[in-house]
Write a protein that binds this ligand. Sequence first.
Ligand SMILES: [Mn+2]
Length: 443
Amino acid sequence: MDMSAQISGLDRLYPAHLAALTEHADRALIASRCDALVIGAGELKYRYLDDTTEHFIANPQFRAWVPVTDAPGSYLIYVPGQKPTLLFHQPEDYWHKPPSLPTAAWTRALDIKIIRSPDEVPAHIPARAAYLGEEFAHAPRCSFAMINPPSIVDPLHYARAVKTPYEIACMRLASAIGARAHVAAEMAYRAGASEYAIHLAYLAASGLQEAELPYTNIIALNEGGSILHYTTLERVAPLVSRSLLIDAGGQYRGYGSDITRSYASEPGPYLELITQLEQAQQKLCRMVMPGVAYPDIHSAAHRLIAQILLEARIIHGSVEAAVATGLTGVFFPHGIGHLLGLQVHDIGGRQASSQGGTLQPPAGQPYLRLTRRLEVGVVVTIEPGIYFIDLLLKKARADDRGKSICWDVVDALRPFGGARIEDNVVTCLTEPENLTRDAFAAL
Ligand SMILES: [Mn+2]
């Protein structure tokens, strides 16, 4: 299906998406003894001692209901049994272009009312309403019955992990945009571009503004790949580009994709490492099945990475010992992935149930952002990596683990930084749907 057909398909899926949200809200409102739900999009924030504003990112709780990303001061109002209302803030302003009133087919599922000023908000707030969102100066004036009650926030956040068909369709489009831009970035890299120039090639191909990306691009040549969140974007290309690690996403209607690829300029041990890592990553993607505890995928990743490190003679010993002593953690010091959706690290990854509570990550794995069991519709990233991080290698050298590391092999690989491969995967009843592989294959 081409992109325009997919986009028109979205509007057919939206009413069922809205119905799923109202169902969750109905239950939460009954449990909270509230009669209405009000969700704020958020406000423009002024920088300290300045008259310019920060880049506006609408509250994800609001964006879950309406694909409106550019209208600060707007509200979603829902009274059970009634059509939800979008209170659309369109100020009269000759300094800035006010946000355009949405007209796509999805708007038919809502009542849209335009407000020109925040002063108009209180008159629209129903009685006994619960408010979700950031607390603003004028929120108290609205006399909400409750503000961010856990009895409503917790079930809605927990439910967000399971995506509706509408949301998955948005994420397919975000993946298509990301894949297209990744191909352009690889071409720029192969032509010898600087990190900054690769970034510009990525942006041009994505058709997005930098502020519309789901997160800051990570584009690392050579040793930069060893810094997990490297965002320097050097303006000058290195004399020799040995490797590229690029972690960058696309965005559609507020939903993101989160894609990482690693490339080698020449055949050799680093390219071999990428090949092995990719095979392991594909095995891990196939573990994305309903009922699987996500920490088990993280544990499996450590075992697969131990195997790769042993075969590449980066370490010696056994898989069991490498995992048990934390040796794999020297080379793979982050979680295997996270929930993905309206936020690149979607909320609720450690939530125990719709009633709240926390599922702590396994001992020694503090960075694992997702500790829940997978169910149909949950979208996750799978992103194993192998890095040569000076700081962690130095620590390992100082303790027992250093004896199991083959330092000459490590030293030969340090100039390549590291490698990570990341796909976005939908949990399905049978085969998982790999949004990223499908998007690259459709190019
Ligand atoms: Mn990620």
